[in-house]
Design a protein around this ligand. Sequence first.
Ligand code: ZN
Length: 414
Amino acid sequence: MLYASAIEWSTDKHAPGRIKHPGAALLWRAGMMREGSLLPFGQLLADRCREVFARHDSAEASLAQLGLGSCLVKNEGVFWHAAAGDVELAFCRECRWGGQADWVVGLAQTGDCSLPGPVQEVYTPGAHSIDLLREALGVEAEMVLKAMVYAWERNGQVEPIMALVLGDHTVNERRLAAALGSGTVRRATAEQVEIWTGFQPGFVGPVGQHRIMLIADLSVMQAKNLVVGANKPDYHLVNVVPGRDFLPALIAPLAKVRSGDLCPACGSALSFGPGTMVFGHQDPHWPGLLMTLALQRAHQHLAGGRTRLAPWPVVWPVDVSITLLGNEGHEIGRELGGRLSSQGMIVLLDDRPLRPGPKFADRELLGAPIQVTVGRGWADGLLEILDPVGELREVPAKDAGEEISVLWQVKITR
Ligand SMILES: [Zn+2]
C-alpha cells in the first residue's frame, strides 16, 4: 500500500502555458510527469503499460490493447495521430506508413519524362528564382532543378556542397547532414556561392560543375528534361537529364516531404497532421505514450452527478485510492487498504493532512478507477465508494472490502 504522505507528490491547478499538449498538461497537473521525466505516479503508470507490453508479442498488439490501435503510423518509430500532438506527421491513410514530417521521405511526383532532347542553353534574364523562371519559361516548378549551395564544415575545414532537389521541394537539412555523415552543414552565403562557383546564386547548376561535390535527392534521378542553372549569369539549360548530363557524387533522400508527395510504401497521397511518438525503435517512448493515454482522459465527462475528468482508458497508476478526511478513519483506511493490497490491487491511502477540497482534486487528477472516501458517513460506520463507471454508493465499512473485490474482479481486472 502506498501512503500519499510518504510520496513526493505535488499537483498543480494549471500546467505552464508553454505545454500545449492536453495530455502532457494533464500529466503535469497530476504530478506524474515534469519536463519529460516520470515522477512516482508516472512510473506506476509506465509499469502498468510494461505489463501490457510483456503480454504481447508485438509493439503494435500492445498499443492496440492500450487503445492506441486505430491511428498509428509507423516508420522509424510508431506515432499516434490525433488533433493534439507535439510533432508534425506525414503519413499515409491507406497503409499507415509515416513519421515525423521533418524526417520521413515521400515519393516526389516528377513532371515531363518524355524522350529527352539535347541540352540547350536559354537566355533567362533576371530569372534567379524558381518563380521567375517558371514565368520566363512557362514550366512547372517540378521541372526546375533547385541547386542549393551549402558550406560543409568538418575537422575545421569548410567545403562547398551542391544539394539538388526538384524545384517544388526544399532541402531537408537534417537529411543532408545525415547523408554526409559527419560535420555540420549551413546554407552558403551569397559571397561564398560567388567565390566557389564564380556566379551569382540563381544561375548555378550541376552541369560541368567540377569544383563542388554534388549530392542529389532520389527523386531528381527519376526526373528528365529539367531546367538547371547554366553557371552563367542570366542563362539556364533545358532538357537536362540527371545521370546523362551530370553525375552526383552522392544520391540520398534529401527533399523535405510536402503535400502532393506519395507514400513510398503503397503510392497513395500522403496526409499531414499533428501526432505524438508512442514507441521508438525498440522500446516505448514513455513521455509520448503516457501523454497520448492521458489525452484520452483530458476531456470531461459526467460521472457521479458531476462533470469530471474522463477515466483512464486501459491502464492507470493505482487501482484504488482511499481518501481520509479529518483525523478519524486512519485505522479503517489502513485495514481496508491492506486487505485490498493483499488481493493484488495497488492502493493509495491519502493520509495527508490537507483540506478535503485539494484531496478530492488530486484524487480526480490521479484517476484511480475505484475511489473510497472515509468522511462524513464515517460517524455512522459508512464509507463512500465511487466505482469505475462513476456511480457513488455508501456502504458499511465492514462490507467495503467485499464490495470493492467484486468491483475489481468484474469491472477492472485486465
Ligand atoms: Zn501507403
